[in-house]
Design a protein around this ligand. Structure first.
Ligand code: GDP
Ligand code: IMO
Ligand code: MG
Length: 426
């Protein structure tokens, strides 16, 4: 077995949680390395659904070590609530198997307030449609070097001082720019304290824990959040999230060498979805878009928002291949395409009077492309019970083969339903 990185190749919600849950069976440790509770990863086992926002998607497998790396931004309240929900289901969520990096940055109430204030102040076309979880403001503080790190939760005096200092600047923004009430540092501190106390036993050195898992003969599974086109550098800026979502960050965001990243799996939804604002070249604002949305149950796992739906975009996928270097594709939600008479795949864009095969890099350039499509025949059979490539209708096989040809990457896994069991190897 090899160490594995799982990443999203589109705009998130590709089914990363489902695939990580499945692969966790053969891993010793599962690590989240970026993002925060903007993520919503859905696991379905034996018909029972579980949505995780922060805790790695390996938690349902007894005995597996679950680690939250330094690259994550952690909301203590959300983390503890998630622990309580899992414990109520009888799962072991003790610090013996669950660890938060002391270097992870902490989301505080003023980050959430700033996220909402900023979104509220943007004009309708400029709204990013953030999840409102304080993700961007927390990463800003990290880069600004005034952030609170998880280790600080064990040092109340330092915590109090950092909150006071952070609010000196933020309160000017709240009161003078956004017209809202300033926040009382002592109140923010007192509200955080009980969470900090409960979180303390979970704090640890994730980098060393990874080293130990490998030294013990086990493999590590790195769980990406969001998707490549939401990446702060490579995504459709400024309509992106605030972290580095590409596979290479699995090393930096968890504290290990890039040489540890061996097998890299691109999770690809068989069509495309996006939640929130920003350009989406293959979006379908018609009955086919509604069909995908309804049949795919495309509602955000974090905010419950309707996901925008469209055809598969190979320009987007090819860029993801270039940026992440996948060794294989895991294609999800192929079952959702059953029943459509024909399927379209975007292979290039028309842009400024020419044809391009990669996304434009100018700000919002993606909003001005016109997709160039290839059309393939669809299939009518229900494929949710199929367990092998040869068991798929010929048209579904051809669709997967076309994805392989256009991306240059083999399909290693196929998912035909939400349940852990509805997955097979190519
Ligand atoms: P993630 O954020 O990448 O983990 O994905 P989400 O959990 O936000 O969204 C994926 C949704 O699709 C969830 O509701 C999953 O249960 C569901 N899902 C995953 N794989 C499949 C599949 O192959 N077929 C169907 N019909 N649903 C799937
Ligand atoms: P998973 O891991 C889909 C989107 C938001 C918004 C933008 C910025 O479940 O795939 P943020 O709150 O991060 O500042 O919002 O990014 N977004 C996601 N979209 N899936 C996600 O995570 C997302 N996390 C953030 O909708 O457009
Ligand atoms: Mg999701």
């Amino acid at each position: 077995m090899s160490n594995i990185v799982v990443f999203g190749s589109q705009w998130g919600d590709e089914g990363k949680g489902k695939i990580v849950d499945m692969l966790a069976a053969d891993s010793a440790a599962i690590v989240r390395f970026q993002g925060g509770n903007n993520a919503g990863h859905t696991l379905v086992v034996g018909g029972e659904k579980c949505i995780l926002h922060l805790i790695p998607s390996g938690i349902l497998h007894p005995g597996k070590i679950c680690l939250i790396g330094n690259g994550v931004v952690l909301d203590p309240e959300v983390f503890l609530r998630e622990i309580d929900t899992l414990a109520a289901k009888g799962l072991d969520v003790s610090p013996a198997r669950l660890m938060v990096s002391k270097k992870a940055h902490v989301i505080v109430s003023y980050h959430r307030a700033l996220d909402s204030a900023r979104e509220g102040s943007r004009s309708s076309g400029a709204k990013i449609g953030t999840t409102g979880r304080g993700i961007g403001p927390c990463y800003e503080d990290k880069m600004h070097r005034c952030g609170i790190r998880a280790a600080d939760l064990a040092d109340p005096e330092l915590l109090r001082e950092k909150i006071k200092s952070a609010l000196e600047e933020k309160n000017v923004l709240f009161s003078k720019l956004y017209g809202c009430e300033p926040m009382d540092p002592e109140q923010v501190f007192q509200e955080l304290l009980p969470f900090a106390e409960r979180l303390r036993p979970y704090l640890g050195d994730v980098s060393t824990a990874i080293e130990q898992a490998v030294a013990g003969g086990g493999t590590v599974l790195f769980e990406g959040a969001q998707g490549t086109h939401l990446d702060i550098d490579h995504g459709t800026y400024p309509f992106v999230t605030s972290s580095t979502t590409v596979s290479g960050n699995a090393a930096s965001g968890s504290g290990c060498s890039p040489r540890m990243l061996e097998r890299i799996i691109a999770i690809v939804k068989a069509y495309t979805t996006r939640v929130g604002g920003g350009p989406f070249a293959t979006e379908l604002l018609d009955a086919t878009g509604d069909y995908l949305q309804e049949k795919g149950g495309e509602f955000g796992a974090t905010t419950g928002r309707r996901r925008r739906c469209g055809w598969l975009d190979m320009v987007v996928l090819r860029e993801s291949v270039r940026l992440n270097g996948p060794t294989e594709l895991a294609v999800t939600k192929l079952d959702v395409l059953s029943g459509l008479p024909e399927l379209k795949i975007c292979v290039e864009y028309e842009y400024r009077g020419g044809r391009i095969s990669h996304p434009p890099q100018e700000q919002n350039g993606m909003a001005y492309v016109t997709p160039v499509y290839e059309t393939m025949p669809g299939w009518t059979e229900d494929i949710t019970g199929v367990t092998s490539f040869s068991g798929l209708p010929k048209a579904a096989q051809a669709y997967l083969e076309r994805m392989e040809a256009l991306s240059g990457v083999p399909v290693g896994l196929v998912s035909v339903g939400p349940d852990r069991s509805q997955t097979f190897h190519r």
